[in-house]
Design a protein around this ligand. Structure first.
Ligand code: AMP
Ligand code: GLY
Length: 423
């Protein structure tokens, strides 16, 4: 079978890497890919939102299955377009993807179906939003309603910061129409974890737990990023808590969507805040997390293509999901300046040492080829991921590998997975 992966990042490299090992897959394509992906798949240069061109390509190459990495094409209706044309694709429809593409939709949905989340109010008027912030006081969280590439959330320590946040979103329109509405919500405290499931709208198969590291600097300091590293499993997600997450979050969400007349198929990701052993939903995503996918897929024993087909054909109940007991750590190496303005085009050295290894995999994100050299081309550049019998072993292996890689101005956190040890 032939499979097409949509996306360019570390998550997509991990998906391509896993699919390339599938018994059923003869050829993997990726749109648009990066240097690492182009070593193991055929990359095609089509815009991710040009669904007509993507469909033409899939029809021309006789591609059997398309798997979507990032949220934007899902929110724009790529699944609807493919299904209308009789093409197999794994992911939620535009209506289902609203769980991620509209914070207002997600919060109203959670309130209606009694899914644990923080208290909130929605505003379309700047003045009323400001009044509400003054009334509630800080800390408080301000969120743009629509997609904002992970930048539309402001966790404000002071009222002034929160008001600056609504100004940026509602008046300056930094995120365009995504800022027509804002959600202002109670600030939660606790430890965060990521929990993802595969679902065909009926059967729900949970993945192993993981934990992201959103801030740029050690000890969760500095601005938020797309994610600077992740590890799996996250010990904060105990077996008992996993049951609660399935009973209180995952099942009611899939069931609730069904009651709304929307079948949710694909990946449901809950970003959770855990306090006193209870989860609260910070956000839903309708796709795999980046960088969580890198450590999670390295632990997956099952064939990812079986799962994708199970979802698309709605017979996930017949698919068995198996995981390794081994543990994994992924450290993201970013360009100097990220998450602000960053430099591109620096040569990356040391990558050859890891070719062909299965215990340490260097997943590429913002990389491209310049002649024979692999050079930086994005903010997050690499996701070095190690697997070991224990988290300690995985961490040591990963950081040892990171120390052998070099490019000018490279930055990485030194404390990925430390939360698991300092409990
Ligand atoms: P989101 O995109 O909604 O997950 O928000 C990004 C990050 O902001 C989360 O991973 C949390 O670190 C933080 N965050 C979001 N909502 C809240 C909240 N209600 N309380 C505290 N932190 C939050
Ligand atoms: N790592 C967070 C996300 O993928 O949204």
């Amino acid at each position: 079978m032939k499979v097409l992966v949509i996306g360019n990042g570390g998550r997509e490299h991990a998906m391509v890497w896993k699919l390339a090992k599938s018994r059923q897959v003869d050829k993997v394509y990726c749109c648009q890919g990066n240097a690492g992906i182009s070593d193991i798949a055929e990359c095609v240069d089509i815009k991710l939102n040009d669904f007509d061109a993507l469909l033409d390509f899939v029809n021309y190459e006789w591609i059997d299955m398309t798997i979507v990495g990032p949220e934007a094409p899902l929110a724009d209706g790529i699944v609807d377009a493919f299904e209308k044309n009789g093409r197999k694709i794994m992911g939620p429809t535009k209506a289902a993807a609203q769980l991620e593409s509209s914070k207002v939709f997600a919060k109203d949905f959670m309130r209606k179906y009694n899914i644990p989340t923080s208290d909130y109010k929605m505003f379309t008027s700047y003045n009323q939003a400001e009044e509400y912030i003054r009334l509630k006081g800080a800390p408080i969280v301000v969120k743009a309603d629509g997609l904002a590439a992970g930048k539309g959330v402001i966790v404000a320590e002071t009222e002034d910061d929160a008001i600056e946040g609504i100004k940026i979103i509602m008046k300056d329109k930094v995120f365009g129409n995504a800022g027509n509405k804002v959600v202002i919500e109670e600030c939660l405290v606790g430890e965060e974890a990521s929990y993802m499931v595969f679902t065909d709208g009926e059967t729900i198969l949970p993945m192993v737990s993981s934990q992201d590291h959103k801030r740029i600097f050690d000890n969760d300091k500095g601005p938020n990023t797309g994610g600077m590293g992740a590890y799996s499993p996250a010990p904060v997600v105990t077996d008992e808590l996993e049951k609660v997450i399935m009973d209180r979050v995952m099942r009611p969400t899939i069931e609730g969507m069904k009651r709304e007349g929307i079948k949710f198929k694909g990946i449901l990701y809950a970003g959770l805040m855990i306090k006193d052993g209870m989860p609260q939903v910070l956000e839903f995503n309708c796709r795999l997390g980046d960088p969580e996918t890198q450590p999670v897929l390295m632990r997956m024993e099952s064939d990812l293509m079986d799962i994708a087909l199970g979802i698309a054909d709605e017979n996930l109940k017949d698919v068995e999901l198996k995981w390794k007991d081994d543990e994994t750590v992924c450290v993201v190496i970013s360009s100097e300046g990220y998450p602000g303005k960053y430099k591109k085009g620096d040569v990356i050295k040391g990558l050859d040492k890891f070719k062909g290894r299965d215990d340490v995999v260097v997943f590429h994100a913002g990389t491209s080829y310049d002649g024979d050299n692999v050079v930086t081309s994005g903010g997050r550049v690499l996701g070095v991921t190690g697997i070991g019998k224990t988290l300690k072993e995985a961490k040591e292996k990963t950081y040892d590998a990171v120390s052998k890689i070099h490019f000018e101005g490279m930055h990485y956190r030194k404390d990925i997975s430390d939360k698991a040890f300092n409990r």
